[in-house]
Design a protein around this ligand. Structure first.
Ligand code: EPS
Length: 395
């Protein structure tokens, strides 16, 4: 059963984004600088629009986190409440948020307005806006404080933008060096040559008053074997990760490991052969190493000791400088779609968001398996499990 949960509230131009995280053990060291660093990364990236020049996203802890006498902030088992104030706060001023009745193809505008029986797309777009992804990053980065203390780390990056992509291979030996390369690149791609082609595509889209989508990829290193479960559909971790990724604004596809490519190859080219390396008994694989990682670290809905590898496809932003054809909801007459301040591409931000939502699912599965009300108890449970697994067969 899932143990860690988060709920978000907040409109794009309301006073604040709000996040409630429940299920964290007591004694988790909360690294506020790290969480704010992730929020800053989410605000960046090539192709972003004017909003990010206005906002400086940062978390306020409202409940569930205390500053202790040793100068360290920790959880104590209570729900954690967080706010991220919006500087562009104008939803209470009708003059600054006039009604919008020309839905943008691709956005939530049409379906949301009809669903809530209104011809004003305003409320739908306020809540559907990708501004909400700041909340998801805050929850995910908080969960990464937990993962990191168990030696679990994530690396997300931009794999492609439009037709431009990188063939770079990411693995346990190179990803740490690539963090800086990625962070120095304004598209968050760890391959500078490919990034140039991606940037050129975004530029072209800007000139054409068009928008760009892309593919982002995330690797999770250091997961213990056996997170998730093969015993029931809802328990399968691949499904839980896929749901989390597909629920990110503008995502239209998700793949784990080889993904769709696995369906085109013979089994002998897909499945990752198993070897035992006694020198690696103390690693997360417990010594059961694989010749490849086409499964993306998940077999039978459970982690198998290899890195978890996930890709997500983001469609192009649906607010176009040269608007597409639409219909006015009040008159039913043909009208151009409305224009709102927006981005040419938010693919770099999408990589940060995906990395953090995946981290949250891994943290949930970790706590589901190892439980514990305090970090000390969770750690003892994990160590005890790995000791037992290493000594199989049990006497
Ligand atoms: C975003 C904030 C939004 C948009 C964008 C992402 O701010 P505003 O609407 O005030 O310009 O820039 O949202 C969308 C692309 C969308 O379709 O809603 C953010 O903080 O990430």
């Amino acid at each position: 059963m899932s143990r860690l949960r988060y709920t978000t509230a907040g409109e794009s131009h309301g006073p604040s984004l709000v996040i409630l995280v429940e299920g964290l053990p007591a004694g988790l060291v909360v690294d506020t600088d790290f969480i704010n660093h992730e929020l800053k990364r989410r605000q960046g990236g090539y192709g972003r629009g004017g909003r990010q020049k206005i906002e400086t996203d940062a978390v306020n802890f409202l409940a569930g986190v205390r500053l202790y006498a040793d100068g360290v902030r920790r959880t104590f088992g209570a729900p954690v409440a967080i706010s991220i104030p919006n500087k562009d706060n104008r939803l209470d001023d009708p003059d600054k948020t006039p009604p919008l009745s020309q839905p943008r193809p691709g956005h939530a505008d049409l379906a949301g307005s009809l669903k809530w029986l209104t011809t004003d797309c305003r409320e739908t777009l306020e809540r559907a806006s990708a501004r909400e992804t700041a909340s998801r990053v805050a929850a995910g980065a908080l969960s990464r404080c937990l993962l990191r203390s168990f030696g679990i780390d994530t690396f997300g990056f931009v794999r492609s933008v439009g037709p431009a992509s990188t063939a770079i291979q990411i693995h346990a030996r190179n990803w740490r060096e690539l963090v800086r390369v990625r962070d120095d690149d304004d598209l968050y791609c760890p391959d500078p040559t490919a990034s140039g082609a991606m940037r050129a595509f975004v530029q072209q889209m800007k000139q054409d008053k068009d928008t760009a989508g892309g593919v982002v990829e995330c690797h999770v290193f250091g997961c213990p074997i056996g997170l998730g479960s093969s015993m029931s559909g809802p328990g399968r971790l691949d499904g839980r990760i896929a749901q989390a990724v597909m629920s990110i604004q503008a995502f239209k596809g998700v793949e784990i490991g080889l993904g769709f490519e696995a369906s085109r190859l013979p089994g002998s080219k897909v499945h990752d052969e198993i070897f035992f390396d006694a020198d690696k008994r103390d690693e997360r694989s417990l010594g059961f190493v694989r010749g490849s990682n086409n499964a993306g670290g998940l077999e039978g809905g459970m982690t198998n000791g290899m890195p978890v590898v996930v890709r997500g496809a983001m469609k192009p932003i649906s607010t176009l400088g040269r608007p597409l054809r639409s219909v006015d909801l009040n008159t039913r007459e043909a009208k151009e779609a409305g224009w709102e301040r927006s981005d040419i591409s938010a693919i770099s931000a999408a990589g940060v968001v995906m990395e953090n939502v995946i981290a949250f699912e891994i943290a949930d599965a970790l706590l589901e398996k190892f439980g514990g009300d305090s970090m000390t108890e969770t750690r003892a449970n994990l160590e005890s499990f790995e000791k037992l697994a290493r000594s199989l067969p049990l006497g």
